[in-house]
Design a protein around this ligand. Structure first.
Ligand SMILES: Nc1ncnc2c1ncn2[C@@H]1O[C@H](COP(=O)(O)OP(=O)(O)OP(=O)(O)O)[C@@H](O)[C@H]1O
Ligand SMILES: [Mg+2]
Length: 458
């Protein structure tokens, strides 16, 4: 963007003056002395040729340089955002070396591209000086034999310098343009990137979710086409509107993937995900995501106050609504302990809060949307057991019409759910209440007893 900006600024400064100077200078010098003016006709093609050769060589080099700049930016971004991890693993030296490597690569490519730019300067200076010399030489002889006056020569050289300055400007702007064109290709690439998830199928764009009943009809999914093993394998599941549903299963069993298909973070490869009997692809993304609130496993808060962060869920939410959501998410108790309360400033990523506090704010933010479907992906993992139970109790009392899906590692967190979905290896192994699953579902029993033993050991 900076390259394009620089190009436009330079262009604006000279785009009127230079052509006028060029054309005006050429006309005036032909009017003064047509024979001398022929010298200009020799220098202009030479300069034009030099510019053409430079562009041809420099253009691909700029593209490579721009790519190297991308790598450098990625490297810096990754290092700064993961600074704490790098420190805790004592990897500073390694990161420095990685940075030096991409930085050197950028330097090499920049030098190779800029060499061409640097060459242009002496070439045009040489052309200008040789032309002036030729004019003085030819005119000097004329003056000596009395065929021309010194004043005419002075005037001619002035026009000549105007013409050559204008030409120099044109050469420069063309070279800058070459660089800007390489940047423009990168920007266009990003802007034209095709989004797979779109509204193309949604025939009725005003359709909204009324109840929040969810149905997975023989759903299969894999992250990459070339993967042989599907991440979700012919999943069938029906969850009535307003139900309180727990999802448990070993890590990597596909829980996050399963719930990602509901707000269309991904589209199913096979089968259908339906809400209120309608395929999710038949809702507009706007209406779908407005009614499905997800608190993701890896959550983000933004810099700004707590209230600003909460209003991401609903920008028009009143203070009472904020208080309600925070009460349900059990966030109010810690917000009240801050001197600035809801106006407390959060740092980028909410790093001045504890993990559990961040999770509770994220839940409150999701509640403010007052969605029909609320999904929590392991969102109370950093919260103590008593608060966790308190949040679930508040959910039962306050969110009665809302379908609630809660993924949890701790069976305690979902034990009292209306139904519990047990997943393993991308399949749904069983669905039922705690007592039913304890009686018949072996994987569920295994998880239950392993957690119970752990608790006893402690
Ligand atoms: N973005 C992704 N790209 C490629 N593969 C992925 C991606 N996310 C998950 N997977 C793969 O899909 C499988 C299921 O992952 P998923 O995140 O759904 O598991 P999970 O049950 O939520 O696990 P956990 O309890 O650890 O959160 C895993 O084998 C994982 O390697
Ligand atoms: Mg997960």
């Amino acid at each position: 963007m900076t390259q394009i900006q620089n190009f436009c600024q330079t262009l604006l400064r000279g785009c009127f003056r230079s052509p006028v100077m060029l054309v005006g200078g050429i006309c005036m010098s032909f009017a003064l002395n047509p024979r001398l003016a022929l010298v200009i006709c020799i220098v202009v093609p030479i300069l034009a040729l030099a510019i053409a050769v430079t562009i041809r060589i420099a253009s691909p080099r700029y593209t490579v340089m721009q790519n190297k700049l991308d790598s450098l930016n990625n490297e810096i971004n990754e290092t700064i955002t993961n600074e704490r991890v790098i420190k805790s693993f004592v990897r500073e030296e390694h990161e420095k070396q990685k940075f030096a490597k991409v930085n050197d690569a950028l330097m090499d490519k920049s030098i190779s591209a800029l060499k061409m730019m640097i060459l242009m300067q002496p070439i045009s200076a040489l052309a200008i000086n040789i032309t002036t010399l030729a004019v003085v030489w030819i005119a000097g002889r004329s003056i000596m034999i009395g065929g021309m006056q010194i004043g005419t020569l002075t005037a001619f050289i002035t026009y000549l310098s105007q013409i050559l300055t204008a030409l120099n400007f044109v050469a420069n702007i063309i070279l800058q343009g070459t660089r800007a064109a390489a940047s423009d290709r990168r920007i266009t690439e990003v802007l034209n990137a095709k989004v797979d998830l779109n509204d193309d199928r949604a025939a009725c764009r005003d359709r909204t979710i009324e109840r929040g009943e969810i149905e997975f009809c023989d759903v299969s999914f894999r992250y990459f086409k070339h993967n042989t093993e599907p991440v979700l394998d012919h999943v069938r599941l029906h969850l009535p509107a307003g139900a309180f549903v727990g999802i448990v299963g070993s890590t990597g069993s596909g829980k996050t993937t399963l719930i990602s298909l509901i707000p269309r973070l991904y589209d199913a490869d096979g089968g259908q995900v339906r809400i209120d009997g309608v395929d999710v692809r038949d809702y507009s993304l706007h209406h779908l995501r407005e009614q499905v609130s997800v608190v993701l496993q890896k959550n983000t808060l933004f810099s700004g106050t707590i209230a600003e962060n909460l209003r991401w869920g609903n920008e028009n939410a009143s203070d009472q609504e904020l208080a309600w959501a925070c009460k349900v998410a059990h966030a109010e108790e810690f917000i009240r302990t801050f001197p600035d309360g809801y106006e407390t400033e959060l740092e980028q990523g909410g790093t001045n809060l504890s993990g559990g506090q961040r999770q509770r704010l994220c839940i409150a933010r999701a509640l403010l949307k007052r969605p029909k479907i609320l999904i929590l992906d392991d969102s109370t993992s950093a919260v103590d057991t008593a608060t966790d139970a308190g949040i679930r109790k508040a959910f039962r009392e306050e969110l009665q019409g809302m379908t609630k899906l809660i993924i949890a590692q701790r069976i305690n967190s979902v034990m009292d759910a209306d139904r519990i979905v047990v997943m393993d290896g991308g399949k749904i192994v069983d669905v039922g209440r705690h007592q039913e699953l304890m009686a018949r579902c072996v994987p569920y029993q295994e998880i239950y007893y392993s957690q119970k033993e752990e608790a006893q050991d402690e």
